[in-house]
Write a protein of this length. Structure first.
Length: 201
């Protein structure tokens, strides 16, 4: 008498044992990621390059100088000169047309703008802070500096935020200092409206 065929939906003892042997012992899923949903070790993660990562950095921070724009101006100027020179020496060339001339003029104009806006930053954040401190008329406690650019040619300007040395600070001020000449421009001094009571220890 022949035995009945096994039910295909019910695993046999051999297949069940094989499935048990192939399951990961550390609790990770079969796809290679941990069971808790955290990313695998070989998964790509975004991270800052070393020169932009401030974690663990010790020492004064040096702001990039504004005159680095002249490097791009040199590249644009050289490309513009090449385009104009090709148009002037085109002869019977088919691939060199009037677009090279107008494109070269545009690149030269853009190079002039980069040179005009690439003025040298002569005042560092320490000098700007000293100039701002002399302007506000109170003893400065906390302060921060931010480099910004103003106007059509992006003139470098320091934004200095200062708080008085009181605890909590009673005064605050925002002072704009020219990054080239060191002169103080617009400034605002007011009573500190911020509530720092939650920061008291």
């Amino acid at each position: 008498m022949s035995s009945p065929d096994p039910d295909p939906d019910v695993p046999t003892s051999a297949s069940a044992a094989s499935a048990a042997d192939t399951s990961p012992a550390d609790g990770s899923s079969a796809a290679g990621s941990p069971a808790d949903g955290s990313p695998a070790d070989d998964e790509h993660r975004d991270e800052l390059p070393d020169e932009l990562d401030a974690a663990g950095y010790v020492g004064p921070y040096s702001f990039p100088n504004n005159n680095r724009r002249r490097y791009s101006g040199l590249i644009l100027g050289a490309a513009g000169i090449v385009c104009v020179a090709l148009w002037l020496a085109r002869g019977d060339a088919v691939l060199v047309n009037r677009g090279f001339f107008y494109g070269g003029l545009f690149l030269l104009a853009l190079a002039c703008y980069h040179f005009a806006s690439g003025v040298t930053l002569r005042i560092n954040e320490t000098d700007a802070l000293v100039a701002a401190t002399k302007t506000v008329g109170f003893t400065v406690g906390h302060a921060s500096a931010q480099l910004s650019w103003r106007g059509l040619i992006s003139h470098p300007t320091w934004r200095i935020l200062l708080y008085s040395a009181d605890n909590p600070p009673k005064k605050r001020a925002l002072v704009l200092v020219d990054g080239v000449l060191g002169t103080v421009g617009d400034h605002l001094i007011e009573d500190n409206p911020e509530d720092w009571s939650s920061l008291d220890t």
